[in-house]
Design a protein around this ligand. Structure first.
Ligand code: AMP
Length: 280
């Protein structure tokens, strides 16, 4: 496994692989890798070669967010990648990605204006721009994203379709801790007390999912029950509990076909997300 930090090195390696007729799978990450990330690497193993990027992208963080404190550990990440059959890690600096001046952005309307886009107004512009750049640098055949970030997955799929990017985007299931909490690099921010309180997210997700599976079709009833469950936890503060159309990300009132139920909840200062999807 190679670790490189320049665009030129990635291009040279991928060019050599493509000359040999190899397919390339790509997993973009911000590092501090856990089993959720590893599941994407395993899925990418269906390609001849697997590239992982590790880049804490400044452009997707708002001014009062956790860019400076976001956890980083390249040695640990390299070990995880090695164990999961990764061939190349791209670990650029912000300078390598954005240089002294940077003027171009990839943005999207509608899909980015709901859910996390409301409380994180610059976030998805930063995500679209960096993922577009990474796709142009790595030129993968397939890219793998987690359903944990369901809105991000929908946005990336839409960007690839709208802009005719020549690759296929795959969504992979949420990986959870044994007690239900969705794995996240941000879970490391939680104190032991907050870690216990954070279970309210998955409890509320499982509750909502069960209601829908048992036949409930009224979104308000599901949202009210989930909200009530979260509000039982004194350390939790709701950002949103919403049900949206899986493709457009617009709010719905009745469940008819593909629906995403997504929540964002502050546990102390840490903002955590979770969701479930019904693809009908
Ligand atoms: P991040 O490093 O948080 O930007 O995440 C990189 C990729 O890993 C994204 O596609 C995430 O959706 C995915 N991911 C993060 N956590 C999980 C999880 N618990 N299960 C599945 N995928 C995940």
């Amino acid at each position: 496994m190679k670790i490189v930090s320049t665009v030129e090195e990635v291009r040279a390696q991928v060019k050599a692989w493509k000359k040999e007729g190899c397919t390339v799978g790509f997993v973009p990450t911000m590092g501090y890798l856990h089993e959720g990330h590893a599941s994407l690497m395993d899925a990418a193993g269906e390609n001849d070669k697997v590239v992982v990027s590790i880049f804490v992208n400044p452009m997707q963080f708002g001014p009062n967010e956790d860019l400076a404190s976001y956890p980083r550990d390249l040695d640990h990440d390299a070990k995880v990648c090695e164990e999961h059959g990764v061939d190349l890690i791209f670990h650029p600096t912000p300078e390598e990605m954005y240089g002294d001046n940077f003027y171009s952005y990839v943005d999207m309307n509608t899909l980015t204006q709901e859910l996390c886009g409301l409380s994180r107004p610059v976030h998805f512009r930063g995500v679209c721009t960096v993922v577009c750049k990474l796709f142009n640098i790595v030129t993968p055949d397939n890219a793998y994203f987690g359903q944990k970030d369901a809105q991000q997955l929908a946005i990336i799929k839409r960007m690839v379709k709208d802009l005719n990017m020549p690759l296929t985007v795959h969504g992979c299931p949420i990986v959870r801790e044994a007690d239900g909490l969705a794995k996240s690099s941000r879970n490391t921010y939680l104190s032991p007390e907050e870690r216990k309180a954070a279970l309210v997210l998955s409890r509320s997700i499982f509750l909502g999912k069960e209601m829908v599976e048992k036949g409930e079709r009224d979104c308000k009833k599901v949202i009210d029950a989930m909200t009530e469950e979260i509000e039982k936890e004194p350390l939790a503060k709701i950002d949103y509990v919403k049900m949206v159309d899986l493709i457009t990300m617009q709010q719905i009132t009745t469940i008819e076909h593909g629906v995403l139920t997504a929540i964002a909840v502050y546990i102390g200062k840490t903002r955590l997300i979770d969701n479930f999807m019904i693809e009908e």
